[in-house]
Design a protein around this ligand. Sequence first.
Ligand SMILES: [Zn+2]
Ligand SMILES: [Zn+2]
Length: 198
Amino acid sequence: MPRALSPHYTHQGIVVATPVATIPIAPTIKTFMPNTPNIAYPYVPEGKKFLYVGETHPYIIMAKAFARFQSLDAVMPGAAVVVKDDVVLGIGANGSGYHKKQPCQRVVLGCTSGEGYDLCEGCHPKNHSEAKALATATANKHDTNGADLYLWGHWWCCRSCWDVMLAAGIRDVYLLEHSEMLFNKEHPDNIVGKQFTS
Ligand SMILES: [Zn+2]
Ligand SMILES: [Zn+2]
C-alpha cells in the first residue's frame, strides 16, 4: 500500500508534486507575451519583470483550478505552480482559515493595499500562493533553482514573495494576461468576486 503523498493533487489524471518522482504533464506551450511596460506594479525587484500567458496555458489552467478548490481566500483566491523543464515541482493556494473566525487585522488597522501582511495571521506572506507553492516543492526536496512560477489570481507579487522566490532561484514569474485589470480591486473592469463565473 503506497503511503499517502502530501501534498497530493491530481489534475486531469496526472499527479503532481509527488516526493518520489516528477511527471511531465504537458507539452511546452510558450504563449507568453513581452512584459507590458506601462503597468504600475506596487512592487517589483530591480531587474525583474513579469511575463504573461493566456488563459489556455496549461499551468495557468492548473493554477486556476487549484485556486478554485484549494484557496481559503474568499475575496482574492489565488494559486501558484512551480515548473521546471515542464515538470510541476510544487503547487500552492493562498489563504488560511483565520479570516473565517476572526476579522482581518489589516482591515481593523486600516492598512492600505499591499501593506501590513505580516500584521495579520490570515494575510501573512507564508500563506501567499507563491510561498506555499515553493514550500511544497521544498518539502518534496525538489531543486527550484531555475524554475518558473505561474501565478493565477493576482496581478503582482508582494516583496515578501519576491524575496522567497529569488532565494529559491525562480527564473521567471508568469501571470495571466490582463491580470492588472482582472485582479486589480482598483480597476473598474476587474472580476473580483466573480473570478470563476466570468
Ligand atoms: Zn487579514
Ligand atoms: Zn505575497
